[in-house]
Design a protein around this ligand. Sequence first.
Ligand code: IPM
Ligand code: MG
Length: 365
Amino acid sequence: MKTYRIATIPGDGIGKEVVPAGRQVLEALANKNKTFAFEFEDFDWGADYYRKNGVMMPEDGLDALRDKDAILFGSAGDPDVPDHITLWGLRLKICQGLDQYANVRPTRILPGIDAPLKRCTPEDLNWVIVRENSEGEYSGVGGRVHQGHPIEAATDVSILTRAGVERIMRFAFKLAQSRPRKLLTVITKSNAQRHAMVMWDEIALEISKEFPDVKWDKELVDASTARMINRPATLDTIVATNLHADILSDLAAALAGSLGIAPTANIDPERRYPSMFEPIHGSAFDIMGKGLANPVGTFWSVVMLLEHLGEVEAAKRVMQAIEAVTGDPSLHTGDLGGKATTAQVTAAVCALLDKVEAPAAKATT
Ligand code: IPM
Ligand code: MG
């Protein structure tokens, strides 16, 4: 029997509630399906760790993750610690340290979810956003001088490398090719950003030649927001730089009904290191500790984790249980206008794992 080693990092805020819920689903799945098991190791890194130790995670923390098969992450962010410290000290340290350069963000309107666009059916909105996850606007290069003086200056330098763009384009074309519509939209801003984004466009064209069966087009990032709203069905797989995709993926999640259900995977496609799976929603201090967080974003992230491990049938089973739960308004949490608690939704998904038959659910990515 295969045993997968999973690191769990709840982090801050509601991460501490949804990650244990995700683990519960994985445990229920393993109990039911006797062909694989999980060995969990939990890490208490985050803002509480920072208050005690002055760092979000230990200096050698990455070493403890390297031999894992996957990482389930909650969120990083705390009202009393600056956001750039929580982000760079934990999530980005892991994403960049383990070279998880492809960030994959699927969006669909799940059954029972009320999405805001009146003219948009679930068939119209089935996207995967591929976010470049290692460089661009999140390169971390820049500096500040003359702090507090009138001549103070600060820079954040966006760096794109040929190697970095080639690998994310190849990943995106391959993902587009694996989806039924074989359709890729490359987001750009090469009209205004006249160096790196021009190279981005050139490399997209070069890589496209390796994938003659993939239809692709280019769209300026500002125009793409209007297109997501006015012509959602013209999009399928989307690739964008780190910051562009960060912004577009929040829009995508909102258009699909709630940030509380959106998942993400930080992937090292070469599998040199473990990949990391997390809900998009963040730490949500306003509801933390109350048992009200929507665990569906974590469960969908668990689906992506299982797909990454090659446990495709198990992934479908969890996705089907999720869709049954979203389809039942009595199991909606507050973000969806309901009254259900994290524990109730988790128990319902675990119970459904026993009932649902494996296939038939749509692939998530
Ligand atoms: C995301 C988030 C993060 C990001 C925040 C928490 C810094 O918005 O994963 O999309 O910008 O990368
Ligand atoms: Mg974001």
